[in-house]
Ligand binder design. Structure first.
Ligand code: NAD
Length: 444
């Protein structure tokens, strides 16, 4: 399922047309290759806040080289600015002073991260300055070009040492299709990150449940979690049993064929995880369906089935696993929402309600969870899968181009985001909804 327009823009005639007609020119994005260095180049650090001093050490842990003095003529792969020291509107000029001279010295697919303090945790002028960072980063994301990404990471006081896994994700090609996002670390739940013995296999010894694992995004989630060291337990409907088994055998994993909406599904999943694996560390609610129709024509079955698969089942399964204490300490629960749940979409009142409900579920549990268990969600935008291949050509073209990257994302982009949430290094990453949408122009 390739992007034919993107291939065309890279041909000689395509390049000519793009230049002369001002058409979008989607850049081939860097994606992570196992075994390659996390960041292919040097990162420039700046700013004078709570994190500035510890930043070089944290990056070093990940094998990322950094400098706080940029050299003329040198090209850089990333910029990290500690803005936690900005306490009023007048201080914001520090952003211009740091970024403006550096923006022409960036390599292809550069990464920009601004670190701030969650505005809701500070008062007065400091809150004003910290909130301003959001407009700054979202705009820079739309300006950067070259397949670059820009994110804002709000770090609560006391959570400074817990940012390593997030920096590793946001500075590397693992976050190829994530841009213009705001992440909170330590704002609810734990401010501490668990030890990660080996950053190339952060999930070693962990067990991950992935629903809808036989194909599409779920298959990639299973592959990436396995690459990162986890034993994957894949779940899918009986009709997908042979694909599911083949994949799980390839990944040395385990499987369970059931319909997640079945009455006994939560108990069966809990029993299986307890008996065969002694518990679970990451629960990924990926299985999902669409049954599109405008609300005026929406039959009861379309409404009920979408709500049941996408929302009620993840909620019931999570509650059962928590009640039976099947989720291990420091474990993670991860929902798969959708940009449709944020921006809305014609013909998708049922789907968008279910996906916005997933965001509500994250919100409702984030302050309640015990034992360092976290809950977060991804909200994919236009991801190239069998599902989107079926979308009519014109709609698909518009859907793919209306983002800062002018292209659709790949299932692996969603999977990498999920693996970052699942990392033991992310135990202070709680209550977030990160869009994997290439910074789509639609919605908030
Ligand atoms: N593809 C996109 O652009 C996109 C965008 C936003 C969100 N999403 C979400 O990402 C997730 C995966 O999407 P995809 O594109 O890979 O879809 P897909 O249809 O290719 O895969 C979904 C998988 O879930 C399984 N499944 C469906 N109902 C089930 C049930 N009752 N019990 C167990 N398994 C069940 C299916 O058999 C299938 O293997 C879904 O939650 C979807 O809503 C996708």
């Amino acid at each position: 399922m390739s992007d034919k327009y993107q291939s065309f823009t890279q041909s000689p005639i395509g390049k000519l047309l793009v230049k002369n007609l001002g058409l979008p020119a989607p850049m081939k994005l860097d994606r992570y290759v196992a075994g390659a260095p996390l960041v292919d180049g040097t990162v420039v650090t700046g700013g004078t806040g709570r994190l500035a001093e510890s930043l070089p050490g944290l990056l070093d842990l990940l094998g990322i080289s950094s400098t706080d003095v940029a050299t003329d003529g040198e090209k850089y792969k990333g910029l990290v600015f500690d803005a936690t020291g900005l306490t009023g509107a007048a201080d914001l000029v520090a952003l211009r002073n740091f970024f403006t001279p550096l923006l022409r010295s960036l390599k292809k697919c550069p990464r920009v991260v601004v670190l701030g303090t969650p505005p809701e945790l500070v008062e007065g002028s400091e809150r004003v300055a910290q909130r301003a960072l959001e407009g700054f980063t979202r705009s820079l994301g739309k300006e950067l070009g070259k397949g670059g990404t820009v994110q804002l990471v709000y770090v609560a006081k006391g959570a400074e040492a817990a940012v390593t896994s997030t920096l590793g994700f946001l500075l590397s090609p693992k976050s190829a299709y994530v841009s213009g996002q705001v992440v909170r670390i330590g704002a609810t739940g734990s401010t501490k990150a668990a030890e990660v013995a080996d950053w190339t296999q952060p999930l070693a010894g962990k067990v991950a449940l992935v629903t809808g694992a036989s194909r599409g995004i779920g298959e990639q989630i299973a592959r990436v979690l396995h690459r990162d060291g986890a034993t994957v337990v894949g779940v899918d409907v009986p009709q997908a049993a042979s694909e599911l088994q083949a994949l799980m055998k390839e990944l040395d994993g385990d499987w369970l064929t059931l319909d997640i909406t079945a009455k006994d599904a939560p108990q069966r999943i809990a029993h299986h995880l307890k008996e065969k694996h002694g518990g679970v560390d990451a629960v990924v609610h990926n299985a999902g369906i669409t049954r599109d129709k405008k609300l005026a024509n929406m039959g009861e079955d379309r409404w009920d089935s979408v709500i049941a698969v996408n929302l009620t089942a993840p909620e019931k399964i999570t509650r059962e696993l928590l009640a039976q204490k099947v989720i291990n300490k420091g474990g993670s629960i991860i929902g798969v929402a959708s940009i449709a749940g944020i921006a809305g979409n014609v013909g998708q009142t049922n789907y968008a309600a279910s996906k916005a409900g997933v965001i509500g579920f994250v919100d409702s549990l984030k302050d309640e969870l015990k034992d360092g268990i976290t809950i977060n969600a991804v909200a994919p935008g236009f991801i190239i899968t069998q599902m989107t291949a079926a979308v009519p050509f014109a709609t698909r073209e518009v859907g793919q181009r209306l983002n800062a990257m002018s292209q659709g994302g790949l299932p692996v982009d969603v999977a990498e985001t999920i693996s970052w949430y699942a990392s033991p290094g992310s135990t202070a990453v709680n209550g977030n909804v990160v869009r994997v949408c290439g910074q789509m122009m639609l919605g908030a």
